[in-house]
Design a protein around this ligand. Structure first.
Ligand SMILES: NC(=O)c1ccc[n+]([C@@H]2O[C@H](COP(=O)([O-])OP(=O)(O)OC[C@H]3O[C@@H](n4cnc5c(N)ncnc54)[C@H](OP(=O)(O)O)[C@@H]3O)[C@@H](O)[C@H]2O)c1
Length: 294
């Protein structure tokens, strides 16, 4: 097996991917990480993983880092940055430096859907097209919403306030970053995923009413689903500490949930990781009952 390089390794998914590659018995000397700030990757360095300093906006740093790698995972960069240039630079550098296979993680889109997430959909489509035009072997791991970001969206204090979101009864099948990164590690370390797309989903799909029912069940008290306007939702998020720019972004995700944009349950994630992904109920138990006696 050639060398596997993961970008965004100072972040959640990148780091978890590398940790899962080690769990899969890929030797540390076959692994490399690209980070902007190596001080955020001392844990990975201690595991024997080669750390390369580089920035998506600095093509020479990418060329240097990618030298000798066979596969690269392009970890999407943050919203509200120039994601198209950043991703294009990574793809160009991968092609120029002789990397054979690129793994990318767009947010899943429903076929024929006209739903657009600002800062996400357009940039993802651009990146996928750029990968396809690059001639590189690819794997697209289409992501659902992270289960990890769901509690802040519905309220960390939802047990007390109820779930306060705009109206809608669509379902979503979110998955944890941990399960998704396990799938990334499977794809990077195995053959057979060349030029394929997988739609990674949790199981089961849940609506906000289902989430209120889950919270009621696990807490033993009635947690209501309260309908609020879009503006009220934004105000609630800002009051709870979301930066002003992030609150409308969170509303965008909620609207996607409500229209059932991510309601499919494909089984792709379970097949790749070989076990059931964490469910919303299991995840909520860990978050909302932390420190509780039940
Ligand atoms: N499916 C979902 O629900 C969902 C939700 C939120 C985000 N996402 C997407 O999924 C991505 C990964 O999620 P995550 O939780 O792992 O995010 P994260 O923890 O914020 O990690 C993002 C990584 O990208 C790196 N990065 C950003 N800009 C870079 C640049 N110019 N050059 C080099 N590295 C750069 C960051 O480095 P630094 O540490 O230096 O910043 C960080 O390591 C996010 O970036 C976002 O695009 C998906």
């Amino acid at each position: 097996m050639g060398k596997l390089l993961v970008t965004g390794a100072s972040g959640h998914v990148g780091k978890l991917t590398l940790q899962n590659l080690l769990k899969r018995k890929v030797p540390a000397n076959k692994l490399a990480a690209l980070v902007r700030d190596p001080s955020k990757a001392t844990d990975l360095a201690a595991l024997g993983i080669a750390i390369h300093q580089g920035d998506y906006m600095d093509p020479p740093s990418l060329l240097k880092a990618f030298k000798g790698a066979e596969k690269v995972q392009l970890t999407s960069t943050h919203a509200f940055t120039d994601r198209k240039t950043a991703h294009a630079n990574v793809i160009d550098a991968a092609a120029k430096s002789g990397i054979k296979h690129i793994v990318y993680m767009p947010i899943a889109r429903k076929e024929h859907s006209d739903f657009v997430m600002k800062q996400v959909t357009d940039e993802d489509i651009f990146t996928e097209n750029k990968v396809l035009a690059s001639g590189l072997t690819y794997t697209f791991l289409m992501h659902p919403p992270f289960l990890n970001t769901l509690p802040p969206f519905i309220g960390m204090n939802a047990l007390d306030t109820g779930i306060r979101v705009p109206a809608g009864d669509g379902k979503t099948a979110p998955a944890t970053r941990e399960d998704l990164a396990e799938a990334h590690a499977a794809v990077l370390s195995q053959d057979g995923h060349e030029n394929k797309s997988y739609i990674l989903t949790g199981d089961p799909a849940v609506s906000y009413a289902d989430m209120a029912a889950i919270l009621s069940k696990i807490s033993g008290k009635k947690v209501p689903l309260v309908t609020v306007s879009d503006q009220e939702y934004i105000e609630i998020k800002v009051a709870s500490g979301f930066p002003a720019i992030a609150a409308p972004f969170a509303l965008g995700w909620v609207k996607g949930y409500n229209r059932g944009e991510w309601d499919s349950v494909t089984g792709d994630l379970e097949r790749l990781i070989g076990h059931k992904p964490t469910t919303t109920e299991e995840y909520f138990r860990g978050v909302y009952l932390k420190g509780a006696s039940k």
